[in-house]
Design a protein around this ligand. Sequence first.
Ligand code: ZN
Ligand code: MN
Length: 255
Amino acid sequence: MDSVDIADLAWPVYDDRVKKGAVVLIPVGALEQHGPHMSMNPDVLLPTAIARKVAQNIGGLVAPAIAYGYKSQQKSGGGNHMPGTTSLDGWTLTCVVRDVLRELARHGVRRTVMVNGHFENSAFLAEGIDLALRDLGSHNIKDFRCIVLSYWDFIDQKTIDTIYQGTFPGWAVEHGGVLETSLMLHLYPNLVNMDLVIDHPPATFPPYDFFPIKPEWTPSSGCLSSAKSAAATHGKLIFSVCVEGISGALRTAFD
Ligand code: ZN
Ligand code: MN
């Protein structure tokens, strides 16, 4: 029973680890289309894989991922109109985050990390954390801590230069592009088919959102940039940069 996944542990083992102060990481993702060349679960699988490796590094534990996320936005995820994309209302995600954190706190967990893999989740994670802190404060639990991060924010300029060779389109249009596809090729190659990558320039949008959305703004692939130059070697580099960066940040932040 040396798994870092809390769901794999018997409760006395989990209880013991919590009493010894283990940090608990909670991956948060989405069920969202990622183009014709890839499965719909990268936003869950990638932060989970990163969280597991970080947990091994810092002696932490990983909670089951929150596998649904906030609605895909057209300019960052292709849009919520796409087949397969299955999303939560903002308040639902907020309440799931609040409930999970409150339960972990009830077990005695005091240091938590939300490892986000879906751009659109961020504000609702912040809201769920804030409500959880308010709940816990009224139960006189004042030492509960939560870090929230999105894994791509740990990718430095040097890594970006190495991978994109001056063609980096920005994280917002990286949906189904080189970043996620490379990581998937490294970690879950059976869920990617590079023969089906559609090569097109990065999507461009006006500086506003329009509702209801105009489906023609989204490239027909559902990707916002091309994954053509994705490679498992890039994925391996990105994975190690994220794991090292996050592990170091947590050691510093929780010290
Ligand atoms: Zn994604
Ligand atoms: Mn996403």
